[in-house]
Design a protein. Structure first.
Ligand code: AHR
Length: 498
């Protein structure tokens, strides 16, 4: 029998709720006909936003939503998205050369803030550092955050319908500046970041939290060079809340037709996230030994080949998400929990009709993907105290990667003393029976066990078959040391109330 111990006296701290964050960019079908159908649509909506999605999303208690990009942010002019909707300009979207779609600007700052309010998420606005001025971004912050009537920009916001400030605290300064965001070196990016954040910070010292463009995946040199440049100057005028990391698990076969080997390839790539975080944090330690600056993984997920989603390629980067993607989400969130001393935010890319999405939608059709259920099963970790785990479950090996435990696990203890243990069985064909025991505390209590599983690991939800994959829950009395079966290729959440 496999043994798993939950270590009550070993904790890395509180799991920042922002780790369960999301991302929605103006790309392909994320907004238009995805999240946003317009007020005059036949599709039921709340001020233009798809009601079925709003109702589903708010059940996850989403802590934070990143917007408007991604790459889109680096050519975005916020002034295009305010004022009467019928007067807003149509613009060439950053992604135009990929899909020839133009940006209507029907969703702008006010609509985005309304969506955040509808679902209860904090806004995280990614500002353009590549193709507008620092003053332009400072103006956006002033427009969003100043009391009505105090400045002309704040009065303009009020005249556009929002008397109360939006109070946006989280501001990204730049996106992927090593690539689409201007092809900068790390040193140049740090200098630009300091220029922008100094100007913007002069407006509201102490309240704003800035996130700078960090590395592409495991590019630790970028982190070193950026941190070296930033820390050698007047950094207190250019504060840094977090360094963004983007890490996608690359192409590992067809999203719904992968082979067994590709199943494992994808999961090993996903597990590599742990090393990515460890190595960036180690590089930052040299410049930030007291760990004031967090890692912000504001884009993560699987990036499969295009065209597997319901729009058959019309929506750029839209892909189907199977049980494999759900297991990737589960093991990634377990990794983030276990790095809660360094990861202050993470945002899965992207919410709807795109990469590792929670939703697929078009016209009247709307489905929750397997990824959705993982976020639902894990939401109890938000704000809870992370607990250590020791386990005897066997290791998996694959050439080119460090060995990975066949059962990814994470545990936390909430303020009401309940314990949540989340598990992902990485084996495609072997169930695991595990005896669970508390060390320094007990796991006895009333357990709710939620399982996300399908006999076919390729299973996914489509418009034709929207409920192929869904979680199921059961309750039982749990005594310390009892065992639980974790089915092959599944995700399991055990919540024990005491
Ligand atoms: O998520 C899709 C794109 O991936 C984002 O716009 C960009 O930041 C990344 O390269």
């Amino acid at each position: 029998m496999n043994q798993m111990n939950v270590l009550f006296s070993s904790s890395k701290g509180t799991i920042n709720p922002q780790i369960y964050g999301h991302f929605a960019e103006h790309i392909g079908g994320v907004f238009y006909d995805g999240l946003y159908v317009g007020e005059n649509s036949k599709v039921e909506n709340v001020r233009g936003f798809r009601k079925a999605l709003v109702d589903s999303f708010k059940k996850l208690n989403p802590p934070v939503l990143r917007w408007p990009g991604g790459c889109f942010a680096e050519t975005y002019d916020w002034r295009d998205g305010i004022g009467p909707r019928d007067k807003r300009p149509k613009r060439v979207n950053w992604w135009y050369s990929h899909d020839h779609r133009v940006e209507s600007n029907a969703v702008g700052t006010h609509e985005f803030m309304d969506f955040c309010a509808q679902v209860g998420a904090k806004p995280y606005v990614a500002a353009n550092m590549t193709s507008v001025s620092a003053l332009h971004i400072r103006d956006w912050v002033e427009y969003c955050n100043f009391p009505a009537e105090e400045t002309t920009l704040a009065s303009e916001r009020a005249a556009n319908g929002a008397l109360e400030p939006f109070d946006v605290r989280l501001w990204g300064i730049g996106n992927e500046n090593w690539g689409g965001g201007g092809q900068m070196s790390a040193e140049m990016c740090a200098r630009e970041y300091m220029r922008f954040s100094t100007v913007v910070n002069s407006l509201d010292k102490g309240h704003l939290k800035f996130i700078a463009c960090g590395p592409n995946g495991h590019d630790v040199k970028w982190t070193h060079d950026f941190m070296h440049e930033w820390s050698s100057h007047a950094w207190h005028e250019a504060p840094l809340y977090g360094l963004s990391v983007h890490y996608y698990c690359g192409n590992a076969g067809d999203p719904v037709g992968f082979t067994e080997d590709e199943w494992y390839q994808q999961l090993f790539q996903a597990s590599y996230m742990g090393k990515v975080l460890d190595d960036h944090r180690a590089a930052m330690m040299q410049y930030d030994p007291n760990m004031h600056i967090g890692l912000v993984v504001d884009e993560w997920g699987c990036w499969h080949k295009d065209g597997s989603g319901p729009s058959k390629g019309y929506n750029l980067f839209e892909q189907q998400s199977s049980m494999r993607d759900a297991v990737v989400a589960a093991l990634t969130l377990n990794i983030f929990n276990d790095h809660c001393d360094s990861v202050v935010m993470a945002n899965v890319a992207q919410l709807c009709n795109n990469l590792h999405s929670l939703y697929l939608a078009g016209g009247e059709n709307f489905v929750e993907t397997p990824n959705y259920f993982v976020f639902d099963m894990y939401k109890g970790h938000m704000g809870a105290k992370q607990l250590g785990i020791s386990q005897t479950t066997p290791m998996l090996e694959r050439a080119g990667f460090a060995p990975v435990n066949s059962v990814s696990a994470s545990a936390s203890q909430a303020a009401d003393d309940s314990v949540l243990i989340t598990l992902a069985n990485l084996s495609i064909d072997t169930d695991k029976e595990i005896s669970l025991k508390g060390v320094g505390g007990s796991l006895s209590g009333k357990a709710t066990i939620t399982v996300l599983q399908n006999d076919d690991p390729h299973a996914h939800n489509s418009f034709e078959n929207p409920h192929m994959v869904a979680s199921t829950s059961s309750e039982r009395r749990f005594a310390d040391g009892d065992s639980v079966v974790i089915p092959a290729a599944s995700v399991v959440a055990i919540h024990i109330a005491r």
